[in-house]
Design a protein. Structure first.
Ligand code: VLZ
Length: 135
């Protein structure tokens, strides 16, 4: 059975999220709000087609993409940059590289047991988010 990320996932732990936002030059006040938020990921997967919605009471962020198809991403409401993004499968991990102004930028998603993991990387900072299944 291939992996299926679909579902609603709620954030449980969020290690180094503030450092990640800081390296993206997100301002102090926004960072303080952002780290206090509960985040919910709503994922719809149809084969290699994905829709990721990150929902919070402050801001939402939506990303739709197809694996192996490069696309323009505007990180609106996050650091507001434009990057060229490409998501690939590495085994059962979804691996995104975000080419742009910031070096070594990207993320990885994977599932282990009933948890969804997200590793967010920029330069030398790695944030690890762990979500548990809501529905
Ligand atoms: O996630 O790129 O799941 O795009 C934080 C929203 C969203 C809260 C972080 C407000 C999304 C923050 C990171 C205000 C500064 C991301 C991808 C993988 C989907």
């Amino acid at each position: 059975m291939p992996v299926d990320f679909s579902g609603k996932w709620v954030l449980e732990t969020n290690d180094k999220f503030e450092e990640y936002l800081k390296v993206l030059n997100v301002d102090f006040a926004t960072r303080k709000i952002a780290i206090s938020l509960s985040q919910t990921k709503v994922v719809c997967q149809d084969g290699d087609k994905f829709d990721f919605k990150t929902l919070s009471t402050f801001r939402n962020y939506e990303l739709a993409f197809t694996v192996d198809v490069e696309f323009d991403e505007h990180t609106k409401g996050l650091d507001n940059r434009h990057v060229k993004s490409l998501v690939k499968w590495e085994g059962d991990k979804l691996v995104c590289t975000q080419k742009g102004e910031k070096a070594n930028r990207g993320w990885k998603h994977w599932i282990e047991g009933n948890k969804l993991y997200l590793e967010l990387t920029c330069e030398d900072v790695v944030c690890l988010q762990v979500f548990s299944r809501k529905e």
